[in-house]
Design a protein around this ligand. Structure first.
Ligand SMILES: C[S@@+](CC[C@H](N)C(=O)[O-])C[C@H]1O[C@@H](n2cnc3c(N)ncnc32)[C@H](O)[C@@H]1O
Length: 216
């Protein structure tokens, strides 16, 4: 019996070790050369464990999303947060989902149509440095597990400030196991350098949330 317990414990430790080693390697690679989360792994973004641990409705509440807002979801991926945002903004709101990868946007388009909220959403195939919104158009921008994938973070934050109204909010969330995880202190420094003012932050066992105001 003791032998079986030992064998199982060794197996579990090997699994944890392999995961940590793999994650550290991916992080180092991403740090040296930030790159988009591969669309082949898009299912992971919608995995029930992730959705349970990082509840989109709670996250968007923390970011300050309310009905009627115009919301930008930068790095929308499969549309996990875009969908919930579209429900929460209601009939008078609008959500813009932006992503570099066409395959991610196609998944987002399908899931938004299935959820019956596609008419409230515009999906844009473009990058973070040239957002398809007018100056001062958005009430809230959300950046979930995406900032670390963007090579020129100051340029992206400046562009976010351009499209956000004065006094509008920026919500940044990142997951500790994300290969492109960005340290909260780094995000805060870069956001403040770009002209955002912190309204506070919270964290859970798996992620942190930060909320900023566009101090134009
Ligand atoms: C880890 S996924 C997160 C997706 C979604 N925010 C979520 O949490 O489910 C990051 C997404 O950001 C996109 N992305 C990375 N760099 C980007 C950039 N410079 N401009 C726009 N999208 C980008 C990737 O293509 C990918 O779909």
């Amino acid at each position: 019996m003791a032998g079986i317990v030992d064998a199982l414990a060794n197996l579990a430790l090997s699994g944890v070790g392999a995961f940590v080693g793999f994650n550290v390697t991916l992080r180092a690679q991403n740090h040296l050369q930030p790159h988009p989360f591969p669309w082949r792994f898009a299912d992971l973004l919608e995995h029930p464990w992730r959705v349970q641990a990082l509840d989109p409705g709670q996250t968007l509440d923390i970011h300050g999303l309310t009905a009627g807002m115009t919301v930008l979801d930068l790095g929308c991926g499969t549309g996990l947060f875009t969908r919930t945002a579209a429900h929460m903004v209601g009939e008078n709101g609008r959500v813009h989902g932006v992503d570099l990868q066409a395959a991610m946007l196609e998944r987002a388009r399908r899931s938004l149509a299935e959820a019956g909220v596609f008419e409230r959403v515009a999906l844009h195939h473009c990058g973070a440095y040239d957002l398809p919104l007018a100056d001062d158009e958005a009430d809230l921008a959300i950046v979930v597990s995406t900032l670390g994938e963007i090579p020129d973070k100051p340029a992206a934050l400046n562009e976010l400030r351009r499209v956000l109204k004065p006094g509008a909010r920026l919500g940044v969330t990142d997951e500790f196991y994300n290969p492109s995880f960005t340290m909260p202190g780094t995000v805060r420094r870069l956001a403040e350098e770009a002209g955002f003012r912190s309204l506070g932050s919270t964290s859970t066992a798996i992620c942190y949330h930060q909320v900023y105001i566009n101090a134009k």
